[in-house]
Design a protein around this ligand. Sequence first.
Ligand SMILES: [Zn+2]
Length: 290
Amino acid sequence: MQERSTDRPAAVLAESAARAPAGERRVVVLTGAGISAESGVPTFRGPGGYWTSADGQGFRAMDLARASTFAREPHLVWRFYLERLEHVAKVRPNAAHLALVELENALGDRCTLVTQNVDGLHRRAGSSEERTYAIHGDLGSVRCAVGCSRTVWQIAAPARRPGPAQLDGASGAPPPGLACPRCGGWLRPHVLWFDECYDEEWFRFDSTRAAIAAADLLMVVGTSGATTLPNLVVDSADSRRVPFLVIDTEPSPFAVRASRSPHAAFLHGPATVCVPEVVAALLAGEVESR
Ligand SMILES: [Zn+2]
C-alpha cells in the first residue's frame, strides 16, 4: 500500500492546508487502542482481550463491559475495572500522546482530540479536558450506578478503595471507596458500556459531530472503527472529501479506506514514530502558510 507514493501523506497535508486560509485550518484527531498499546496497555479486542477472575473463571472483556452484567454482579465488573486501573497506573504516555499535546498547544481551539481510549493517557500527557472528547469515558472516573445525581467524580485514591482481590462478591453492599457519597449505593465506572448509547453530556456526541463537520484535516490513529461514533467521524470526513491520514500498524478497515481514497493516505507504522512525524510536518506547514 505504501508504494503508491512515498510523499502521499505530504500531499494530503498540503490539500488540507489549501482548504482553509492561513492559520485557520481545523484538525480533528481520532485515537483508539493502538496508540496506547505502544505504552503497554493491552487492547480490548485483540487476542489478549480476555480476563480471568480471581476464582479462575474466564470472561470475555466485552461481556463484563455491560450495564446488564454490572446490575447482576457489580463485584465482578469492578474487579475487572480495578485491575485495568492498576495496570494503566503503571504505564506512561508515549511519544505519540506527547506529539498530540504539542499539536494542541500550537493550534489551540483549532485542534480537537476525540479518543476511544478510557486509559486517561492523553490527559496525563497534557491534552486539555475541554478539547479532548473521551467518547467512551474514563477509567479514573465514577458516577452513581442508579443515577441519584449526574455528577462524575474522580475515583477514590488506591489507599481509600478496595483492591481487585478484596472484592469477593460475598456481600451485596458496596465497600468504602465504591459507594455513592449521596445515596450510598454502588458507584460505577464512568465508561460507555456495550449496551449503552452515546450522549452529549457525558460522551460529547454532538460536539464530536460538530468538530468533524468543521474539520479541514482528520488524523486517525490506531483504531479499527469497531464502534459507531468512530465510523461516523471517518464517514463524515470521507463523504465531504476532507483530507485524512490513517496511522496504524495493521491494515485496518480505516487504512484500507484511506488507501483507496484520492484525498487520504495510510501510514503503515507505529504511532510513536508516525504521529510525531505528521505533527512536525503539519506544524511546519502552519508556519509556512503565515
Ligand atoms: Zn447515588
